[in-house]
Design a protein around this ligand. Sequence first.
Ligand SMILES: Nc1nc2c(ncn2[C@@H]2O[C@H](COP(=O)(O)OP(=O)(O)OP(=O)(O)O)[C@@H](O)[C@H]2O)c(=O)[nH]1
Ligand SMILES: [Mg+2]
Length: 355
Amino acid sequence: MRIALVGLPGSGKTTLYNALVQKPADVLPGVPGSAPHVSMLTVRDPRLEWLRDLYSPKKYTPATLQLEDHPGIPPGLAKSDRRGELFGRMRDADGLVITLRSYATDAYAYDDPDVDPGRDLELVALEFLNADLDICERRLRKLDEEWKRPKERDRVERERSVVRRLRDTLLGDKGAHAAGLSPEEEQIVRGFQLLTAKPVVLLANLAEDGTPPELPEVAFNVLSRFDACAALEVELAQLEGNDRAAFAEELGLSEPLVDRFPGACYRGLGLRSFFTVGEDEVRAWTITGGSNAVQSAAKVHSDLARGFIRAEVTPYEDLRSLGGMKEVKAKGKQRLEGKGYVVADGDILNIRFSV
Ligand SMILES: Nc1nc2c(ncn2[C@@H]2O[C@H](COP(=O)(O)OP(=O)(O)OP(=O)(O)O)[C@@H](O)[C@H]2O)c(=O)[nH]1
Ligand SMILES: [Mg+2]
């Protein structure tokens, strides 16, 4: 899963990134269109750690997130010629963390140094709406061309009606997620990778002594919010385990961001884990909420999805309370589920398949 840190220039994305990763990046103004900084984060999960202790596997594989620190979005970018380069890279992300500057700075706050995270959020929303609108309008022009070929009219008509609905939603200042598309219609436009359709976490980047600001409702798919002071978190991240916890407590922080970000982000973006267990490997797999058994099996291997017969499902909590798989089976707590079963967070899966 790819998570992109995005926001206005100078909103503290790189500082935040540096508080979270092993290899810090230079804190310099990001150049629109340049490649993001990229790093892998491990998502700690006490449930998976318990499974590791139970199975003592040869290999232990927690879930990971790919964190990307993108250059800032200068207001007006979506209407400039350079929109493609910057937004193109963001469109590949599975989820967005929008950072909002809530600290005073004269270090290249784009052109207005006033602290107003609510206004900044609306500016980012406007850029995303305009960038998505641009994609829809370009596609509609292309479809008008394709419509001239009689053979393709059915497909073109179908797609055109979906894209028009999307465009009208965006023109009404609502994000693509609000267009009410059916799963089949969503499939048609999935390739557009619209920014306003992506799950979003808001992160107000606070001043050292700052309090969380009030934020307005915006047009996109905001799933959760958490706040932090990136500058402090960078200092915290440089300390080792015990010192870190002690210093965090002194500052009145419940848990350093480097420890809580991956999990908060993971859950905040609506991601879920299922587990596979055994003596060879204990592993967490990442799915989006609502994924069914076949989609989940495909994460492990395409053969498991292709030859899917049934999924053996053991909820983690049952294994935990009964202490072992033998006991789980004896109590009849293991279920057999078919393709359409919606996998729950914490399910331990064993896929029966034949190819
Ligand atoms: N006081 C304070 N300053 C911060 C904080 N986070 C970042 N800064 C300062 O804000 C300025 C911009 O920070 P960056 O991390 O480079 O911001 P950015 O969003 O990566 O900027 P671009 O990549 O150009 O979009 C720097 O001078 C940072 O030191 C914070 O939490 N508190
Ligand atoms: Mg930066």
